[in-house]
Design a binder for this molecule. Structure first.
Ligand SMILES: Cc1cc2nc3c(=O)[nH]c(=O)nc-3n(C[C@H](O)[C@H](O)[C@H](O)COP(=O)(O)O)c2cc1C
Length: 197
């Protein structure tokens, strides 16, 4: 699989097979994120990998958005919850100046895409999640003072195959009567400006 294929074929997955994700596959994702670009090479992010069935529910309780919707609205069925997570946390002492947070958010996004694409290459589906209950997550994962939770990436072997279509014009995704997720994307011609606007 080449990079273009991975970038274009990947879709967010919110329904997962009842199959454990090996720690080695998850660590490969973190290793890719470890060397991702970061502003001034500060590398303020650390990564909590979760694949223990005893720990997974504590993370699920503290995430939100579509990954928590009922099945008919695009969420997971009762046996389709994420089987792993990567939680990107910010080490405040490495981050240094609190005004750097704006840059750290970009670092998180870029690191997340490295995780997402490395997972995709290994057949693992992902969903980036910013709707988090930070206090609950910190408690569930024993995240110490001095760290902030940045992003959760839900992971597991896909139990759905979302499709893309042209956004015409709404980009809102929708679920058809066969429970397939349709994810509208804007056309290249609608987003590209060549050599100036
Ligand atoms: C910054 C960011 C935050 C997101 N937060 C959530 C979230 O809290 N819950 C969720 O279910 N999906 C979340 N998503 C996934 C988006 O809904 C998804 O990327 C979008 O619908 C496009 O679908 P695609 O990833 O399949 O192309 C987030 C994505 C991004 C990039």
């Amino acid at each position: 699989m080449d990079v273009y294929q991975a970038a274009t074929k990947r879709r967010s997955i919110r329904r997962f097979k009842d199959k454990a994700v090996p720690i080695a596959a998850l660590e490969r994702c973190i290793d890719a994120a470890r060397v991702a670009p970061s502003g001034r090479n500060v590398q303020a992010c650390e990564f909590i990998v979760v694949n223990d069935a005893r720990v997974l529910p504590g993370v699920f309780e503290n995430i939100g958005g579509s990954v928590k919707l009922p099945f008919e609205k695009g969420g997971p069925g009762p046996d389709q919850h994420p089987r792993a997570y990567t939680v990107i946390v910010i080490n405040r002492s490495w981050e240094g100046d609190p005004d750097r947070r704006r840059v750290t958010h970009y670092d998180i996004g870029i690191a997340a895409q490295s995780i997402i694409l490395t997972a995709f290459e290994q057949g693992i589906g992902t969903c980036p999640i910013l709707m988090i209950n930070e206090d609950g997550l910190k408690k569930a994962l024993k995240i110490p003072d001095g760290y902030d939770a940045g992003m959760v990436i839900a992971m597991g072997y896909p139990d759905e195959s979302p499709v893309t279509e042209v956004a015409d014009p709404s980009p809102d995704y929708w679920i058809d009567d066969k429970a397939v997720r349709h994810v509208p994307k804007r056309k290249l011609e609608d987003v590209i400006h060549r050599n100036g606007f």
